[in-house]
Design a protein around this ligand. Structure first.
Ligand code: AKG
Ligand code: FE2
Length: 386
């Protein structure tokens, strides 16, 4: 299958706008995932921000639980079983979230490290979005306004994903082909995601959106993850030194009437020969400001706001996780996982028809823990914010 993951060098953007725009548009229309070089962020910065995240994620569970995940704001620490305890909520009238604070315990230096990183990675995001708008013949100045991270309405955020090392039981299950992915198959609900991965931390794989015609899934904001088309083939995206991995999210698919492809991806469990230790990644999820309405010129999808993209994702996640029947989790751990792999290997098309359900239902939320933080927390960590 022709899935070519290209690398686009975005250095000297002002002088090379048109060339970069053309390359990015091709990559975004085709696979929806690409590598970015010439982004200007030095390796030491990634190492520093990774250490900051690791410092938080290594804290005892009771300490991390002081910053529980909030599905409305998508902030806080999302541990494997901590989703029942949420704080705050969205105030629809004032379009604000109830206050949350940075983990003060980690101190000023920690916060500055995170914020400096967000500023740098946000510039990369803005460059990519502007290039895509140029290529589409749309007004690139919209991007500065819609994605201004200094505003209180900014909902773009950094996450630190932590996948704990494999246990002996998991290694045994992997040998029998019964280990679900470390992170379930999903498409990102945001506009764009910029991902940093450590060299050697492989596992990410993709099934591009342009092979999946049923874009009505994207229309169903917040629930698309429950109803995923089957991917017949997954293409690995192993980390490349110095490059960032970027993918188009559902928001940009909507904004371009389906032209740019939001792409399904997952993190598979370590296979024979893969590292079995802890895995980390740092995605930066880019959304327009909370009350900014996005819709494509052809109005193929209904309008959504930055808040919709942010909060419906969080709430859909919690609803699935807290389903009293545990439907999702149960299915994820049955022998069906192995059966499906075997059937798919034998004949993908027949297997899909015979099973009559979609692969995601067989997969699991995985073991991924994450910490999410916003830029605006810098303003005053006691002030009410999102
Ligand atoms: O850990 C990775 O490589 C991918 C993470 C991801 O897809 C996500 O956090 O949305
Ligand atoms: Fe993702």
């Amino acid at each position: 299958m022709g899935r070519k993951i290209i690398t686009v060098d975005i250095s000297d953007f002002e002088e090379r706008k048109q060339e970069i725009a053309t390359q990015l548009l091709e990559a975004s229309k085709d696979v929806g995932f690409f590598y970015i070089g010439g982004h200007g962020i030095p390796e030491e910065d990634f190492e520093k921000v990774l250490k900051a995240g690791q410092a938080f994620l290594a804290l005892p569970d009771e300490v991390k639980a002081q910053w529980p995940f909030n599905p409305d704001s998508y902030l806080g620490h999302r541990g494997p079983d901590e989703l029942e305890t949420v704080t705050g909520g969205y105030d629809f009238k004032n379009q604000t979230f109830a206050g949350e604070e940075w983990p003060e315990l980690l101190g000023e230096e920690w916060r500055n490290t995170a914020l400096d990183f967000q500023e740098k990675v946000h510039k990369v995001a803005v460059t990519i979005l502007k290039a895509l708008f140029i290529a589409l013949g749309r007004d690139e100045n919209i991007i500065d306004d819609a994605f201004d991270i200094t505003l209180e309405e900014n909902p773009s955020f950094v996450a630190w994903n932590y996948y704990p090392p494999m246990t002996e039981e998991q290694e045994a299950a992997a040998k029998n082909g019964k280990l679900p992915p470390r992170l379930h198959a999903h498409a990102d609900m945001d506009v764009l995601t910029i991902l940093y991965q450590r060299e050697g931390d492989n596992g990410l794989e993709i099934a591009p959106g342009n092979e999946i015609e049923d874009l009505s899934l994207i229309e169903d904001v917040g629930n698309a993850w429950n109803d995923m088309p089957v991917a017949r083939e997954w293409t690995p995206l192993d980390p490349k030194p110095g490059l960032l991995t970027v993918n188009i999210g559902d928001g940009l698919t909507r904004w371009t009437d389906g032209l740019l492809k939001s792409t399904y991806h997952r993190v598979h469990a370590p296979k024979e020969g893969d590292p079995k230790g802890a895995r980390y990644s740092i995605p930066y999820f880019v959304n327009p400001k909370l009350n900014y309405v996005i819709q494509g010129p052809e109005k193929r999808f209904s309008p959504v706001t930055g808040f919709d993209l942010l909060s419906k994702t969080g709430n859909a996640y919690v609803a699935r996780k807290n389903d009293p029947e545990k439907t999702w989790q149960k299915k994820a751990y049955t022998g069906e996982v192995a059966d499906l792999s075997a059937m798919l290997a034998a004949n993908a098309a027949t297997a899909v028809e015979a099973l009559g359900y979609r692969v995601t239902a067989l997969q699991t939320i995985g073991c991924c823990q994450a910490l999410f933080t916003f830029h605006n927390s810098r303003v005053d960590n006691k002030a009410p914010r999102y």
